[in-house]
Ligand binder design. Structure first.
Ligand SMILES: [Zn+2]
Length: 90
């Protein structure tokens, strides 16, 4: 397989720092069609997704400024916040 040209890399905006980055570098959090919020480790889960740099500052900003909730159009449960924090620490 030839390497993808830069132009073909999907770019997404981090909901924390609002910087654009290649999608593959970002953590995806998804609201599934049945309304659950979860980390999408595959990047392919169905539903409304929000992208974050894998950095604690970005996640904290996204939660504190409610950008994550706004992007997902739902409340982000505390247990999901904890899961993401654990993921970031791990
Ligand atoms: Zn960021």
């Amino acid at each position: 397989m030839p390497e993808a040209t830069p132009r073909k890399i999907p770019i997404r905006t981090c909901v924390g720092c609002q910087q654009e980055r290649p999608r593959q570098e970002l953590l995806r959090v998804v609201r599934t069609p049945d309304g659950q919020v979860q980390i999408d480790r595959t990047g392919k889960a169905a539903g409304r997704g929000a992208y974050l740099c894998p950095k604690r500052e970005c996640f904290e900003q996204a939660v504190k400024k409610r950008r994550l909730a706004r992007t997902l159009r739902t409340m982000v449960p505390e247990e999901v916040v904890e899961q993401v924090e654990q993921w970031l620490d791990g």
